[in-house]
Design a protein around this ligand. Structure first.
Ligand SMILES: [Zn+2]
Length: 90
């Protein structure tokens, strides 16, 4: 028996022990990237930062979060291409 099946949960490049980016409804704060004001009661995204403490979460407005996931997708596509998998061009 040479085949070894991976055990446990499949790790993800986002998420893992840090927790995933999550949507939060916040009191007034500002976006970490464009510094626009996120007004009281609106939703924004909190992204846990690598290497930071547990309280080190950055908040982003919807527009910035959209560019962040688009960039993440682009980065992931590099690995898909590297693995020889077909990548749907959008
Ligand atoms: Zn922003």
């Amino acid at each position: 028996m040479n085949s070894r099946k991976p055990k446990g949960k499949v790790p993800s490049l986002i998420g893992s022990t840090l927790g995933t980016p999550k949507k939060v409804r916040v009191a007034k704060c500002s976006c970490n990237r464009c510094h626009c004001e996120i007004v009281n009661g609106t939703e924004c995204y909190e992204i846990p930062q690598l290497g930071g403490s547990f309280s080190n979460r950055k908040r982003y407005c919807n527009d910035c979060f959209r560019s962040i996931i688009a960039k993440t997708q682009t980065d992931l596509n590099i690995y898909h291409a590297d693995l020889g998998e077909g990548v749907m061009k959008t």
